[in-house]
Design a protein. Structure first.
Length: 386
């Protein structure tokens, strides 16, 4: 019995040895494949990975440092180049009227009025001139008589006083006509309403046959040189120290999406609005091509000085982990490295990076969270995801 047991044990040991030898030979014939994982702060996407299409990159560049969140502004007339024309005299509109959009020069006729008041002023001037001529001739006659000792002193003084009064009245009536823009010597009741500055007729509240008066609330015409406009905006009190006279701004309007327009700060109010805690700021906006129009709304970016440059990235490039901000940088062939960054000013859709990035590097601007998930998957399973 002992002999049989011993033979069985020896036979089993031999079979086990042969099996181990066969396995060793097989392993030596076929080399083993080992997975080499990237470092813990890196992730790589395989060449055929469908996730590559969700990764968007951009080359980091220095741009002018933003100072505050974009603000909303309104384009208005440049009041220095705008005139609101009203009639200084009552009358009824006759003849042609300057149309909206017409380009006018200084002194061009905008409308013609039939004005009895103008006729009275012209008549008063003519009468005053006649009285002045009579007073001058009378004074010359009395002066000759007085010099020859014929006319008494009292008559000479009366003639001189009468000449002074009639001369004053003639000047008063002349100035009245001059203020109305009417020429002396005409008696036709026709008053020409003229443009006081060159520009474009942008508003008109006058119609044929309309009775106009000097006390109308609305002007009859608005004329403005639209080659230069103003931009009015309200800046929060906490941000007002970031701008000064001469600060450059960039604005966008819905009518021309994708196009930027430049303006310059020309005035900063000295009063803070108590209800909104804002300060009114005015900018000069060149408009040589006439694209921009008064009353347009604009989204405005207040820019720093031209030499103040910084790295600005979209917020989609950032993700937060352990109370720190991180980004992914492309180090070549869909191989990305996670990197901590220090964020300065954080705006609604972008942030200023103070430390952690350099110009020329390729930054993942969309898909950072996807890469973060892939990185966890790689190091948890020990395999590179597809």
């Amino acid at each position: 019995m002992n002999v049989k047991l011993r033979l069985i044990i020896q036979l089993s040991a031999g079979l086990l040895s042969l099996s181990l030898l066969a396995c060793q030979q097989q392993n030596n014939g076929e080399p083993q494949h080992t997975v080499v994982l990237p470092p813990a702060d890196e992730v790589r996407l395989r060449p055929k990975s469908p996730k590559r299409q969700y990764i968007e990159e951009a080359v980091i560049e220095l741009v002018q440092r933003p100072l505050m969140d974009p603000v909303t502004g309104k384009i208005t007339y440049d009041e220095i180049r705008t005139a609101r024309v009203s009639s200084p005299i009552a009358g009824r509109v006759i003849g042609d009227i300057a149309p909206l959009g017409a380009s006018v020069r200084k002194g061009d006729t905008l409308a013609v009025l039939d004005s009895p008041d103008l006729g009275e002023a012209q008549s008063a001037y003519a009468a005053a001139m006649a009285d002045l001529n009579l007073a001058e001739r009378n004074f010359q006659r009395v002066q000759e008589l007085y010099d020859n000792g014929i006319a008494p002193r009292k008559e000479h003084e009366q003639a001189e006083d009468n000449l002074t009064r009639t001369r004053s009245e003639a000047e008063r009536t002349r100035l009245k006509l001059a203020n109305l823009g009417a020429r002396p010597g005409r008696m036709d009741n026709r008053f020409s309403l003229r443009a006081s500055i060159p520009g474009t007729v942008t508003e008109r509240t006058i119609n044929p046959g309309m009775e106009v008066r000097p006390d109308l609330a609305a002007p009859l015409f608005v004329i403005s040189d639209l080659r230069q406009l103003w931009v009015q905006m309200d800046i929060f009190e906490k941000d007002i120290g970031q701008i000064h006279i001469g600060t450059k701004i960039v604005l966008k309007v819905p009518a021309y999406s994708g196009r930027n327009f430049n303006a310059t700060v020309s005035y900063i109010s000295q009063v803070v609005d108590e209800s909104s805690r804002t300060v009114k700021v005015r900018c000069i906006l060149p408009n040589e091509d006439g694209r921009l129009l008064p009353s347009m709304f604009a989204a405005i970016d207040v820019q720093s000085d031209p030499g103040d440059l910084a790295i600005v990235v979209p917020l989609t490039a950032l993700f937060t982990e352990n109370e720190s901000d991180w980004v992914y940088v492309d180090i070549g062939d869909y191989h990305y490295r996670r990197r901590p960054v220090k964020v300065g000013l954080r705006l609604k859709d972008r942030a200023v990076i103070l430390e952690g990035l350099k110009p020329g590097e390729r930054l993942v601007v969309h898909g950072a969270l996807l890469l973060r998930t892939e990185q966890d998957t790689e190091h948890q399973t020990g395999e590179s995801p597809p």
